[in-house]
Write a protein that binds this ligand. Structure first.
Ligand SMILES: [Zn+2]
Length: 145
């Protein structure tokens, strides 16, 4: 990034502001000390997850990973299988080619994948994800398996 005044390439970021469209940075040129603003659009690869309460965050498989690994704790499913499943989930989400995706869609996809591997892990994940209100909900879910 060149300084628009002296073309110097080194600068100091004095302020940074992010939005779903990009990141705006206030910079100070280290040579001429003039200030300028740069604007970087978010990479094409970014996918925004829209949560139930309307807030957004950048999709990261690592966020799903924690919950999935917890669900498979002490279950007879290898780490490789879990990793492969997470890769598949990420690939399917990216394949949709959307810039925004509802968290509920991701949740359903993850549950579908887990269900194929292990019923206990599925129940564990679903009970956290679906926030079962009472025992009836839970029983219904088990009956549907
Ligand atoms: Zn400069």
């Amino acid at each position: 990034m060149n300084c628009p005044y002296c073309s110097n390439t080194t600068s100091r970021v004095t302020n940074k502001r992010g939005s779903p469209e990009g990141v705006r940075r206030r910079r100070e040129c280290l040579k001429c000390k003039k200030r300028y603003t740069t604007y970087e659009k978010i990479d094409k690869g970014e996918i925004w997850v829209i949560k139930k309460d309307g807030t957004r965050q950048i999709f990261q498989i690592d966020k799903i990973k924690v919950g999935v690994e917890r669900a498979f704790e002490k279950r007879p499913v290898s780490k490789e299988e879990i990793k492969k499943t997470l890769d598949e989930i990420e690939e399917q989400i990216r394949k949709k080619g959307k810039r925004e995706i509802r968290s509920s869609i991701i949740g359903e996809l993850v549950m579908k994948k887990i269900k194929k591997l292990d019923n206990i892990a599925y129940i564990r994940f679903a009970s956290v994800y679906k926030e079962f209100k009472d025992v009836q909900d839970f029983k219904k879910e088990i009956k549907d398996l």
